[in-house]
Ligand binder design. Sequence first.
Ligand code: HMG
Ligand code: MG
Length: 311
Amino acid sequence: MVDLPVSGKVRIVEVGPRDGLQNEPSFVPTATKVELIRRLMKAGVIAIEAAAFVSPKWVPQMADGAQVLREIERREGVVLSALVPNLKGFDAALEARCDEVAVFAAASESFSQKNINCSVDESIDRFEPVVERARQEGVRVRGYVSCVLGCPFEGEIDPLQVARVTSRLYQMGCYEISLGDTIGTGTPAKTRRLIEACSKDVPLSALAGHFHDTWGMAIANVYAALQSGMASFDSSVSGIGGCPYSPGATGNVATEDVVYLCDELGLHTGIDLAALAEAGEFISTALGRVTSSRVARAMAARRARTMSNNV
Ligand code: HMG
Ligand code: MG
């Protein structure tokens, strides 16, 4: 175990507009998605997964990806990315001027079938031409591996199985592989073992953590991963989200909680916590939800106490 990322910097990939919203039962208006992304950018978030160019029959909530990307006022230095499962998705992402795309595989055969209707090997074969085309177009490709700490259909997953898929995506040309605890059953000890297994073939600097918070362990897993030297994390403002093909899974670790942790550890994220919490309030209100971020709740309670003391 090493002592926190040596660079002193942590990269946060905000996945709220995609992972956070993809499972919402009622259609979230395009204008709300665009406004959420605008507020995230204003808070200093520079990596945002803004859309998914997947089949609208499979994930209807993401059907307006092109429009979302068209309507966002771009900011210098902000990378907007989208999920793409195949060349059709890649072409749509390119057309919508995505800065970056992400292909998504799984460490579990059953999840792969349920999520993208093919085996793990078939998915890798499908991604090859996507990565090749992206290379020609100068678009960076990120890779995801789902079910790294458990599968909703198969239960425990061997870290070596995860490491094999991770390595294949890296060898193929993905610049970073995000390890997805899709169902949020991971624990700090399992997270450390996973990172140890995956970093044998892929540099630690090319691995990211993507922790869903179903069992309340996500922030503990982020801390364990930081201690293992990982310095890139996906998170979702207000903790919104879930995966349509992972029954019962909740949202990602809340971005506010990760930023607070990093601030307190003296790790630089470049994100302004107060402005981020406002973006979280905006989307929670729009969805009619109470935020899942403990930090955002504590900040709101402190604000309310201060106001009542001043009356
Ligand atoms: P399929 O049915 O096997 O695909 O689905 P197909 O090639 O036979 O095409 C069927 C129809 O979909 C055709 O249309 C295609 O044109 C269309 P039709 O002729 O019936 O009208 N189609 C598309 N439309 C738009 N964009 C596309 C596209 N591709 C085909 N790119 C497919 C295979 C992969 C398309 C489907 O299974 C799919 O879209 N799955 C996406 C599932 C998804 O988005 N899941 C959530 C994201 S993953 C996640 O949340 C996990 C993550 O957060 C990490 C973690 O937490 O673990 C990343
Ligand atoms: Mg996810």
